[in-house]
Design a protein around this ligand. Structure first.
Ligand code: SF4
Length: 281
């Protein structure tokens, strides 16, 4: 798995952004630089992120996706999808075609099921309406879409509502990932990091809603010991079983409470930034 940050520019100001815009001078912001970065990457999934990648020149983004496809690799285009609502139809179709040719999918940051909570989280007026329209347009154009719902102190009590919303209003998404906030970038503000124990009952109810309605889902950054019967949905388990390298090994570490845990060999532990805030599980 490799990650290309195209640039820092973004049209939202999410409270949990782990890579916030800083307005500073950016290196590697041209197609030539992105292609060079791609060529030097280890094999596997290519994650294309920003800032907001849909703000890149459309032709450059298509050429980058074409290069990923030529290498026989899969592209994950990370986006908040708001810009997709206003994209010219031909341009949108061409983007989806290029992504599909790279066996790719959109990974859409979708933080709320209501406009009010969306605004509280993204601090961007009108983003919810545009995002909903954008995702629907992408799916209608034939794209595969994954939703990423970042869990923070702002929204964890409403996780079951989000699951119901995804089932009812966004039928057709390929899967949903519930991902606990990373304590880096803007997300380093400890106010946004709820305790796993507080999140657990709401998350379990959300996962049950998904299960009952046949919506595929997974969980990242919440350890299996806080997932009850849904522990298999933790994405680190497969990586650990297969001995894959990756950020999960650097960002997480066991703590004294992990001693004797039945998941010890398949869980890298809680995020280090979580422990820095809360001191223990
Ligand atoms: S290893 Fe630690 S964090 Fe992971 S499931 Fe066990 S107790 Fe929880």
């Amino acid at each position: 798995m490799s990650l290309i940050h195209l640039f820092r520019r973004c049209d939202q100001r999410c409270v949990f952004c782990s890579y916030p815009a800083d307005g500073g001078v950016e290196a590697g912001v041209s197609l030539k630089d992105w292609l060079k970065e791609l060529a030097a990457m280890p094999p596997g999934l290519v994650q294309i992120s920003g800032g907001e990648p849909l703000l890149a020149p459309a032709g450059d983004l298509r050429l980058l996706l074409a290069a990923v496809g030529r290498l026989g690799r899969t592209a994950e285009l990370q986006t908040n999808a708001a810009a997709a609502a206003g994209m010219e139809p031909g341009e949108l179709a061409a983007l989806v075609k290029a992504l599909n040719a790279a066996d790719g999918y959109f990974n859409v940051n979708f933080p709320a099921a209501t406009a009010g909570l969306d605004y509280e989280t993204t601090r961007t007026r009108g983003a919810f309406r545009k995002r909903l329209a954008g995702v629907r347009r992408l799916m209608k154009a034939g794209a595969r879409v994954r939703l990423t719902h970042v869990i923070s102190s702002l929204n964890y009590r409403r996780l079951p509502n989000f699951a119901a919303f995804a089932v009812k209003k966004l039928g057709g998404v390929s899967w949903v990932q519930f991902s606990y906030i990373k304590g880096t970038g803007r997300g380093a503000d400890p106010r946004f990091l709820p305790r796993y124990a507080e999140v657990r009952p709401f998350l379990e109810r959300a996962l049950l809603v998904c299960e009952k309605n046949g919506l595929r889902c997974e969980v990242d950054h919440v350890p299996p010991c806080f997932l009850g019967g849904f522990y298999r949905l933790n994405v680190d388990i497969v990586k650990m079983k297969e001995g894959l390298p990756g950020p999960h090994l650097e960002e997480k570490a066991h703590v004294p409470e992990c001693g004797g845990c039945r998941y010890l060999s398949v869980c890298p532990g809680p995020r280090k930034d979580y422990i820095a805030v809360h001191g223990k599980l």
